[in-house]
Design a protein around this ligand. Sequence first.
Ligand code: AHG
Ligand code: MN
Ligand code: MN
Length: 328
Amino acid sequence: MTLQHFFDSEYPKSSNSRDIWSVIDAITNASVKVSDDLKKAALLDNVLGAQGGQNIQGEDQQKLDVIADIAFIDAFKKSGAITGIGSEENEKFVSFDTEKSKDADYVVLFDPLDGSSNIDVNVSVGTIFSIYKRLSQYGESTELKDFLQPGTEQTLAGYVLYGTSTMLVLTWGSGVHGFTLDPDTNLFILSHQDMKMPVSSRLYAMNEGNIQECEPGIASYIKYCQSHDNDYEGPYSGRYIGSLVADFHRSLIKGGIYIYPNVPAAPKGRLRLLYECNPLAFIAEQAGGLATTGRIRILEINPAELHERAPLFIGSKNMVQKAMSFLS
Ligand code: AHG
Ligand code: MN
Ligand code: MN
């Protein structure tokens, strides 16, 4: 079953459903382009390597960060259903401000390419996105308040994983569904209906290079994972890809926990609340998992700024709860 067929049969019929389809359609169009570029990256000029600048967060931009950013923004502009966007790669939100977009219902927040340190080594990367209904007046430009809504207000969230297959994983609040790109037709086909995250597993993911630098509860939890005194009575397996989207996808299918706590180099966490934590938290909860900062639910945070960061504990419900119990 194609994504469009699935959407037509499952998405609640409302005056908004055509617009939501336009948003999804824009995402799939841009992701097919990015997926093609990634597949041929080393054979193309000007695709791999550093862009030679930094984004607003002081991170080195890769050429593909910028290529993906432009591809998605172009597709969102064309869709007619989106009034403005906020992107990890742009300092400020962009209000599209065309006649049509000024009356559009939705804003998108997105990480065009997650895991960009993995691009040059042919390891999975992804695009993560989150869609909200605007709060500003119709007929006017987008305002900051449209983008600073808590994650509980998301209409739709998802990610595209450019892995050994290209997959789109989506939720609109009634379960999580996965679609695999058929490269022969460029159509996304339903391959994983109603995905449920196992409540526990023996897999944990953390950049353990940071272990001495985190609050002591984190090291105690990791020690628990590695010990014989845990719920499996033996060491868990450590799995860390370094692309959040790919680490999360593994947890969604096989169960597991992903932890990125506060560290001195990133005192408020490394991951971005609006582009990474919220969309994945929505998906995690819809699949029966949990997403917290280690103390509070990610989706209930009231964002204060566009590029806000948060510590993230995400994955299998029992594992996230257990990890939180180690924090004082
Ligand atoms: P991005 O490529 O969008 O900047 O995100 C990178 C994130 C995330 O994908 C990953 O899990 C984490 O940063 C890796 O950080 P470390 O290199 O500190 O482990
Ligand atoms: Mn990212
Ligand atoms: Mn990114």
